[in-house]
Design a protein around this ligand. Structure first.
Ligand code: GLP
Length: 638
């Protein structure tokens, strides 16, 4: 099916009947992006043959990066020329000079324009540097320029967590045009890592309006990763509302959402497939439907009756299994009950048939992979504490240094302490140290507020984070038990990259492979499987996955020899039906976890509150009719 030809919109299948904008689900963002790029290439070529231009509306953010890479490849390897392409970018931060490392101008140069042959004069990006009294005029100019170019043939979009397209934050009307806008709090938080702190994120931006975008001939909105799943569902299946500007695409005759699997998980056809067609009622589908029913009717499993199933649209489940509700309820109750275990490393000496983790070997070599040093503590601090307590050999591996998260102030403080120690004579003979501290201070000053940290500073910031991770580990049992190991591998992809632009390299995979081979784990805890593909979490997971496949595809399966558990840190938490191991936490353990998280100075408010998410999981288990716990950390099998 072609992406750019949305004739299919009017012919939705039964399965897609909840979707009001055509939505194509791809196995991976890479596949979707290459396909879109080759269709765009065909459009550019056919226009060229007709002696015409193509006018493209372009977007920034991590989402279109794989699409741009695919276009660059087509240019370099297949001779695709962009000479007949005119581009208009959606938006720009207000007040950033063009060469600011986070300006969209810089972004577009780095990610596309510097690598293809679009004529300089054909590139248009809203100017974020115009004076306040000329903003209005310059926005009108931008509109006129688009019109003069013949209008947009194709507009590429990403989507923000507030549902914005461009920077059309909630409240933007359907007929809005290019203008200055105040950024939403959520949007600024999402940009905090790019700007090294939310305080540095500009407060306003210039953006094409919803009306400007809707005038495009074709529109393709891309969304990757689990954190976009909810907003994709709202935009595609929900009511049209100015609170979600992407919902206005429902009114466009040729708009398509391209999503990867993780971003599709909230669509009705994926989440509740029995509502749109016939399904195979295996154990996992049954569990999913009964959890849904219980949540929808706010009744615990064991109180659901036949009529509840029928009235909610899950009658087929009872019919096809020829069971009564009573039996199905009990089966699902038991299945969920069996996910609960206070022995995440297996309970030695007891029958483990109905336990999530096998009893032997005991103790286990447990590898906890933490993409950024804080991830493991956010996602499974309480479980780490239990594993240590239960005598396992736990190795927390911080896959990246995470240095981009550390503030300048932290590096500055460290340098000040060192130079004061040298001055006060406490550190006698500290000439070299004083010189080092001076160099750090100088480098911070030279780079200015938004400049890129030189290696020396990145290194120091990484070391600061190492200290925080060790402190957090000692709170999670390491100190009490005097065991456990924290390993720092500083994967190379992170050391030379920036947020939203990271990509995996062979050295990263090699490094993970060496680690797996030397530690030889009995169980692994990992995260990032459903993250935005350009995030450090997703790339770390890909490095692990490729290393794992390389080792075990050669040496044969390790089924039964090593279990791999997935946890969630910064991403959308696992839903009740997805959980395969639920590790309960006492109030004391929840407090330990919060203490551990406080060791990290660079976490956002939301990340500090991870224990609250664990309380929410416990509440949802409670509502299903399971035991009441203070908090639960959740895992899924890989
Ligand atoms: C910013 C941009 C949007 C983009 C959004 C999502 O707000 N103005 O155009 O769609 O971020 O970014 P990402 O693709 O990195 O998730």
């Amino acid at each position: 099916m072609s992406i750019l030809d949305a004739a299919g919109k009017k012919q939705l299948t039964q399965q897609e009947r909840f979707e009001k904008t055509r939505t194509l689900v791809y196995g991976s963002s890479a596949k979707a992006s290459t396909e879109l790029a080759s269709e765009v290439a065909a459009l550019i070529r056919s226009r060229k043959e007709e002696g015409k231009n193509v006018v493209l509306g372009l977007a920034t953010g991590s989402t279109p990066v794989p699409f741009y890479r695919a276009l660059i490849r087509l240019h370099k390897e297949e001779g695709l020329s962009f000479e007949n392409v005119i581009t208009f970018n959606l938006d720009e931060y207000y007040g950033l000079v063009r060469d600011h490392p986070e300006s969209y101008y810089r972004f577009m140069r780095d990610q596309l324009f510097d690598h293809v042959d679009v004529p300089e004069a054909n590139i248009n990006i809203p100017d974020g540097t115009v004076s306040l009294d000329t903003v209005y005029e310059s926005c009108l100019d931008y509109e006129k320029k688009i019109e003069d170019a013949g209008g947009l043939d194709l507009q590429i979009l990403g989507i923000g967590r507030t549902g914005h397209i461009g920077f059309n934050e909630p409240g933007s009307t359907e007929d809005s045009i290019t203008r200055m806008i105040t950024l939403d709090r959520v949007t600024r938080q999402d940009a905090a890592a790019d700007f090294m702190g939310v305080a540095n994120v500009p407060r306003s931006a210039i953006t094409m309006g919803v009306g400007t975008i809707l005038k495009a001939e074709r529109i393709v909105l891309m969304a990757w990763g689990g954190n976009k799943a909810e907003i994709v569902r709202d935009a595609v299946e929900g009511e049209i509302t100015d609170q979600i500007s992407a919902s206005f695409l429902q009114n466009h005759p040729n708009a398509t959402f391209l999503v990867d699997q993780a971003a599709s998980t909230r669509l009705t056809r994926v989440r509740y497939p029995w509502l749109v067609g016939s399904v195979d009622w295996d154990d996992s589908m049954t569990k999913r439907a009964v959890v849904w029913l219980s949540q929808k009717l706010e009744k615990p499993f064991l109180k659901l009756v036949d009529e509840d199933y029928n009235e909610a649209g899950a009658g087929e489940l009872l019919a096809s299994t020829s069971h009564e509700a009573y039996q199905v309820n009990i089966d699902v109750f038991n299945a969920v009950q069996h996910t609960i275990s206070g022995w995440p490393g297996g309970k030695p000496g007891v029958d483990d048939e109905n336990r999530p983790e096998r009893a032997e070997p005991n103790p286990k070599n447990v590898l906890v992979l933490s993409p950024e040093p804080s991830d493991a503590f956010i996602g499974m601090g309480g479980t780490i504490d239990r594993l240590i307590d239960q005598g396992h050999n736990v190795n927390i591996v911080c896959q990246t240094s995470g240095n981009l998260r550390v503030s300048d102030a932290a590096a500055h403080n460290f340098a000040s302490v060192v130079s004061e120690m040298a001055e006060t004579g406490i550190g006698e003979g500290w000439d070299a140290q004083a010189k080092y501290a001076g160099e750090i201070q100088q480098a911070l000053e030279d780079k200015g507020e938004f400049g890129v940290d030189p290696d020396l500073v990145r290194k120091l910031k990484g070391l600061i984070l190492r200290g925080e991770a060790r402190d957090a580990a000692s709170i999670c049992g390491y100190q009490r038990k005097k065991v456990g190991k924290v390993t720092f591998v500083d994967l190379p992809f992170y050391e030379t990259g920036r947020y939203r632009r990271f990509h995996l390299r062979q050295e990263d995979v090699d490094s993970m492979q060496a680690l797996l081979q030397s530690f030889s784990p009995d169980s692994v805890f990992a995260t990032g499987d459903a993250s935005d593909p350009s995030s450090p979490q997703a790339i770390c997971f890909a490095a692990f996955r490729q290393a794992w496949q390389k080792i075990y595809d050669c040496e044969g399966s390790r089924d039964g020899e090593c279990s791999v558990w997935l946890y969630r840190s910064r991403d959308q938490p696992l839903e009740s039906h997805e959980i395969e191991m639920a590790v309960p936490m006492s109030p004391d353990q929840a407090a330990i976890k919060s203490d551990a998280l406080r060791k990290f100075n660079s976490l956002s408010e939301q990340e500090y509150n991870a224990a609250q998410r664990n309380r929410d999981i416990a509440i949802s288990y409670d509502h299903l009719g399971m035991a009441q716990y203070e908090a639960i950390e959740a895992f899924r099998r890989w």
